[in-house]
Write a protein that binds this ligand. Structure first.
Ligand code: GLN
Length: 483
């Protein structure tokens, strides 16, 4: 059951080949067996999952239920879950059972899914390797000496190893697409505003976006259909109807124009380039045509992001003061001591580094030089994309510069870590949707292909990804140890 896609499992449930209870129990058993190796789950919600499965079975027995009824899913531990620990990978929230469900959690519950548990992640979603988590690193199922990527590393590893058929992730600068690429699964970062951020713990609010992570584009289409939609509790959620993402999956790619940004291919590693060349050949056979394009300001995206994201995080994380909820230091002497020690002890090194950078960039003397300048660059990058989408339907490139790197390999050098998002970050700055799909292997490690679309072009992206998956087997590969 754990090698099947959500769509296949849904068909099995409908045909009563197995019950939702059996399905959920199967994945709970797999978590028991493999989580010790992978460290992908922070919390397992056994009772809640089995109760949801019983409810789903009752509905299915009556011939009721939708496309997701009875299917197990797992949530990144950044999404608030009522009465269940919601840690965000931090000591600061290690003792925090959320008082309410995030909109994404409520929507997936309402769709009849069973929540298996909460997934490990980089602390407050800051990282590209899952090594900043208070709960320790997650291992990549393809090579347990390597990182699974981050910050949604627990989500990617859990899906790749068959501990859950699907998961949620969040992407501020690449955190859905980069771990999806490193673990050989499919991950979609929707248009900013497509999926509600209510109850999704904030890192950098103008960039954060939740999305689905699963084996296939078809599964991501199923999940996105349930997750997306306007939410009056999120003022940046967009009131745009949610299309049937599955309806467009089979559309022909005849004549579809795919743009290749010269900037993405200029310094690309030759083995990564070979993987992309093979994928492009598949697309040509499917009828797509390629056109070279340019995104001239894209080289500025990493520096602009590392001013904007820390600035927003320094403001968002001001709420963790030891007063209302979360970690509080022992025996504070006075209020100042409470703030200082709570934050000093509750946050890890990467989070502190970002808060320091952000506070500095926003300070009166430097605001214009750093924050304002970065916002202007952000606009230029968005305009580069706008121009490109007048020429082409989608953009193709690598998701990451290399396959998964070793655990500990980049922890001493934050800048080299930041550069692992060099191909994904601009998409967040512009607010566009992007998807990573498995496209090959280098040294036994998966490699991802990234497709970027115009605003609200998720259906098109899923279509282009799905057609590729109909003629390739990369998304079907499963690491031997977890087969
Ligand atoms: N790796 C990037 C960072 O550390 C992006 C993280 C994310 O998308 N949440 O900020």
């Amino acid at each position: 059951m754990h090698t099947k896609t959500l769509a296949e499992l849904a068909a099995g449930l409908k045909a009563r080949d197995f019950s939702s209870r059996e399905l959920v129990q199967h994945f709970l058993d797999r978590i028991d067996r493999h989580n010790g190796t992978l460290n992908a789950f922070v919390t397992v919600c056994r009772d809640r999952a089995l109760a949801a499965a019983e409810k789903a079975d009752a509905r299915l027995a009556k011939g009721e239920g939708g496309a997701l009824t009875g299917l197990p899913v797992a949530q990144k531990d950044i999404f608030c879950t009522r009465d269940i620990k919601t840690s965000c990978g931090s000591r600061m929230l290690d003792n925090f059972p959320a008082p309410y469900d995030a909109t994404v959690v409520a929507k997936l519950d309402a769709a009849g899914t069973a929540l298996l548990g909460k997934l490990n992640m980089d602390e407050f979603a800051m990282g590209s390797s899952n090594e900043t988590s208070y709960y320790g690193p997650v291992k990549n199922p393809w090579n347990t000496g390597c990182v699974p990527g981050g910050s949604s590393g627990g989500s990617a590893a859990a899906v790749a190893a068959g501990l859950t058929p699907a998961a949620t992730g969040t992407d501020t600068g690449g955190s859905i697409r980069q771990p999806a690429a490193f673990c050989g699964i499919t991950g979609l970062k929707p248009t900013y505003g497509r999926v509600s951020r209510w109850g999704m713990i904030a890192f950098a609010s103008s960039l954060d976006q939740g999305g689905p992570m699963a084996r296939s584009a078809e599964d991501c289409a199923l999940l996105l259909g349930a997750m997306a939609g306007f939410d009056r509790r999120d003022s940046t959620s967009v009131d745009e109807p949610v299309p049937d993402y599955r309806a467009a999956l089979e559309n022909s790619l005849e004549g579809v124009k795919i743009g290749l940004p010269v900037e993405f291919f200029a310094d690309l590693d030759s083995r990564m380039a070979a993987v992309l060349d093979a994928a492009m050949a598949e697309y040509r056979r499917l009828g797509a045509v390629f056109e070279e394009i340019s995104l001239p300001n894209i080289g500025l995206s990493v520096p602009a992001y590392y001013v904007i994201a820390p600035s927003e995080c320094s403001s968002n994380l001001a709420r963790y003061d030891g007063v209302r909820y979360g970690y509080r230091c022992e025996n504070p002497k006075d209020l100042e001591d409470l703030y200082m020690r709570t934050r000093g002890e509750g946050f890890g090194a990467e989070v502190k580094r970002r808060i320091l950078i952000g506070t500095y960039a926003l300070s009166a003397g430097y605001y214009d030089a750093y924050y304002l300048k970065a916002q202007k660059i952000r606009r230029l990058i968005a305009e580069d994309f706008k121009r490109a989408f007048r020429q082409v339907d989608v953009i193709l490139g690598p998701t990451t510069p290399t396959p998964a790197f070793g655990i500990g390999e980049k922890t001493g050098d934050p800048l080299s870590m930041y550069l692992s998002d060099i191909y994904t970050i601009a998409v967040n700055l512009a607010g566009l949707p992007g998807i990573s799909i498995p496209a090959g292997f280098i040294d036994g490690k998966p490699v991802g292909l990234q497709l970027i679309g115009g605003y609200f072009a998720e259906a098109r992206l899923l279509n282009v990804a799905h057609r590729f998956q109909q003629v390739t087997e990369w998304h079907r590969k499963i690491p031997e140890e977890f087969a």
